[in-house]
Ligand binder design. Structure first.
Ligand code: MYA
Ligand code: JJ1
Length: 388
């Protein structure tokens, strides 16, 4: 069934619900000298390459590989189109390892045909903080699919993560593998109904006309919360405190220090947006929201080539009701010309989704840990982690 995954230290389907197995690491670390020192073998025509994301040329090669070969929806209407600036941001957080940005090239031509990445993260699981890698952007060129290249990429990145003395990882996928720690659901808030319908992202339901849809999804033309403004460098300490405090309520969540908050949350045009609420009286930062920009290519549409999507990132409310805060996020996204605002039903998102007219998507996102067993599956609301 899963020849590769059955050989890996991950929760196995056959063990599901077997609460006699202990929680925590599945395998113990080995001495670094016992970690395989040479890369895994690739089929003869291919070679490993480290993708230097500082290089415009290499960054562009990665961008083009993903643009043409990365994740699509079930009906192959859309494909994620991460921008170069976004990839640079996502792959170079504080303490990142160049050696974890792994490519595969055709020896003869030098063409980049596969990719996988990791970035370091300190993840708290219940009351333990574990150094982990977040593995993402696994991609094999469409012409090289089903040749068992993916397991080689995964084993090679595992080896390089082990070389840094890190033994656990977190990852998400749209496909079901052994065994998710939780399953989350995508939700979508229409901002531009006409375009979403034209491109097949959504459909007019029964008794819904275009003009009724436009009216249904209309938003106030300006933000509602007094003191809401773009996050700045000086907000980093307060935002770090708010976020740490907030994330402590989930079973699985990353921990972020100030450098990491600065990296992940300071606004970058067309990459990530964050807004804080500064109390007009005390000037304290009481709340914030953030979202990232991830467009999708629209495959085969005569009128449009890109869907502009915002994805809910980390949000914390202590004073402003979460509903109002997210409504302001929708208004900001609309002003910035996004077509849709996406969110998962993780953290405390569920209650605002329906209220703010999000609709359930046809995609799910499965969350996984490598070499760390959780004794029971979690609810999406137990999860405090957003991956790009
Ligand atoms: S999720 C995004 C994944 N990318 C895409 O979906 C882009 C479009 N698709 C492709 O590029 C290819 O179809 C991929 C598979 C590359 C996905 N995660 O080479 P194959 C297993 C894990 O013949 P291909 C993301 O980036 C599959 O079950 N495994 O297949 C997070 C089978 O194994 P088994 C996957 O279609 C990635 C084997 O691969 C996935 O040519 C996290 C078949 O290989 C998937 N998304 O290529 C990776 N899809 O027989 C794990 C298929 O056992 C990280 N497979 O069923 C683990 C932690 C590592 C670090 C540990 C450190 C301590
Ligand atoms: O975007 C997604 N689905 C959309 C488009 C569906 C097009 C046909 N398949 C969707 N639209 C309906 C919205 C509608 C708005 C009005 C109210 C009712 C609802 O459902 C889906 C998510 O739902 N996206 C994908 O399938 C992309 C892949 C998701 C897995 C990602 C894995 C990446 C992992 C890397 O870390």
């Amino acid at each position: 069934q899963h020849k590769f995954w059955e050989s890996q230290p991950v929760g196995q389907f056959k063990d599901f619900g077997n609460s006699s197995l202990p929680g925590g690491p599945i395998e113990q670390p080995t001495p670094l000298s016992e970690v395989k020192q040479e890369p895994y073998n690739l089929p003869n025509l291919y070679e490993w390459t480290v993708c230097d994301m500082d290089s415009d040329e290499v960054c562009n090669e990665v961008y083009v590989l993903l643009m043409n070969n990365y994740v699509e929806d079930d009906d192959n209407l859309f494909r994620f189109n991460y921008s170069k600036e976004f990839l640079r941001w996502g792959l170079r957080p504080p303490g990142y390892f160049r050696s974890w940005h792994i490519g595969v090239r055709v020896k003869a031509s030098g063409k980049l045909v596969a990719f996988i990445t990791g970035v370091p993260v300190k993840m708290r699981v219940r009351d333990e903080v574990v150094q982990m890698a977040e593995v993402n952007f696994l991609c094999v060129h469409k012409k090289l699919r089903s040749k068992r290249l993916a397991p080689v990429l995964i084993k090679e990145i595992t080896r390089r993560i082990h070389l840094e003395n890190i033994w656990q990882a977190a990852y998400t996928a749209g496909v079901l593998l052994p065994t998710p720690i939780t399953t989350s659901q995508y939700w979508h808030r229409t901002l531009n109904p006409k375009k979403l319908i034209d491109v097949g992202f959504s459909r007019l339901g029964d008794r819904m006309t275009m003009s009724r849809a436009i009216k249904l999804y209309k938003l106030p033309s300006s933000i509602l919360t007094p003191g809401l403004r773009k996050m700045e460098l000086r907000d980093v300490p307060s935002v770090t405190r708010l976020l740490s405090n907030y994330l402590s309520r989930f079973v699985v969540a990353p921990t972020f220090d100030e450098d990491e908050v600065a990296h992940w949350l300071l606004p970058q045009e067309n990459v990530v947006e964050s807004y804080v609420v500064e109390s007009p009286e005390t000037h304290d930062i009481t709340d914030f929201f953030s979202f990232y920009t991830l467009p999708s290519s629209i495959l085969n549409n005569p009128n449009y080539s890109t869907l502009k999507a915002a994805y809910a990132f980390y949000n914390v409310s202590t004073r402003t009701p979460l509903l109002q805060l997210i409504q302001d996020a929708l208004i900001v996204a609309k002003q910035k010309d996004f077509d849709v605002f996406n969110a998962l039903d993780i953290m405390e998102n569920e209650p605002f989704l329906r209220e703010l007219k999000f609709g359930r998507g046809d995609g799910q996102l499965y969350y996984y840990l490598y070499n760390y067993r959780l004794r029971d599956a979690l609810k999406p609301s137990d999860l405090g982690l957003v991956m790009l």
